[in-house]
Design a protein. Structure first.
Ligand code: SAM
Length: 280
């Protein structure tokens, strides 16, 4: 049963965090001339109208993208992300928010390839419409977890697997980790990014231990929280594991995340993390 719909959450704090970092990963892949491949295992619908009743219902975007959209003092590393959101809103006001597929579509180059998996049939149809005319892009109404076997390793031998699960099932931390492991086993040099929500500290410590015991190669752990560890009304923040991260991300991410955190947490709650969970 697929009950999760990203329209309720588009443009929220977690989206700002993950999409700002997604831009850094894709730009890093683009530093070399050789083509690369992106597999987005949980693609969503690609473009979100923030005037939609579901977005209005939660209002999550008001505490996310609305807090950074108009800022003129963002660090340079955040500009590609802000440009991607602003490009969807040529009139200047904030109404449309790009999901990972539209962000990737903007950043991939002439010979790079993008594969998008979305299991929900209606959302996949909306994704088709949002990606119409996109070059070198394949859209699949299929399970993103099993797509690893179908698409990896890519012929380019370079690329990113972006695992952005809806976390709507029990034991999802174990499932995303198994999937990352499988992606790594099939494509050892590929970059992998795994999004996760921040839960109770004991659950997060257990997750960190299981990542460290997984046999994965060097892994950077990036997190941004806008509430303290005792917060339990809804998620307090989220994280991204970056396996085989691009050179320099560990140095660039702290400044980027610190700026975002100040913008997204006006009360100064929560904080950021940028640590090697698994070193060289
Ligand atoms: C968090 S949203 C994705 C957001 C998107 N990656 C972005 O950044 O714009 C998760 C999406 O995964 C879809 N989904 C749920 N289970 C799935 C599965 N097993 N395979 C592929 N998609 C799935 C949901 O319908 C939802 O659209």
């Amino acid at each position: 049963m697929l009950s999760y719909r990203h329209q309720f959450h588009a443009g929220n704090v977690s989206d700002v965090f993950k999409h700002a970092l997604l831009c850094r990963l894709l730009l890093a892949l683009g530093r070399k001339d050789k083509p690369y491949f992106v597999l987005d295992t949980h693609a969503g619908i690609g473009l979100y109208d923030l005037n939609h009743a579901w977005s209005e219902k939660t209002g999550e975007w008001r505490k996310g993208i609305a807090r950074v959209f108009d800022r003129s003092d963002a660090p340079e590393a955040l500009q590609p992300y802000l440009d991607a959101v602003r490009a969807e809103n040529p009139g200047g006001g904030l109404r449309f928010y790009p999901g990972s597929p539209r962000i990737a579509r903007r950043l991939i180059r002439e010979n790079d390839r993008l594969a998008l998996c979305e299991l929900n049939r209606d959302d996949c149809a909306a994704l088709q419409a949002a990606m119409q005319g996109a070059r070198h892009t394949a859209i699949h109404n299929q399970d993103g977890f099993t797509s690893i076997k179908a698409f990896l390793p890519p012929r380019e031998r370079r690329g990113l697997t972006f695992i952005d699960s809806a976390f709507d099932q029990a034991d999802e931390f174990a499932r995303v980790l198994r999937t990352a492991k499988e992606a790594h086993n099939r494509f050892a040099t590929g970059m992998i990014a795994v999004w996760y929500p921040l839960m109770a500290p004991s659950a997060m410590a257990a997750f960190a231990r299981s990542v460290q015991a997984s046999g994965l190669p060097k892994t950077l752990q990036l997190e941004l929280a806008v509430h303290g560890e005792d917060w339990n009304e809804h998620i307090r923040g989220s994280g991204l594991l970056v396996i085989n991260p691009p050179f320099g991300l560990d140095l660039e991410a702290p400044q980027l995340l610190d700026w975002l955190w100040r913008a997204l947490s006006p009360a100064g709650e929560g904080g950021v993390r940028c640590e090697w969970l698994i070193g060289e």
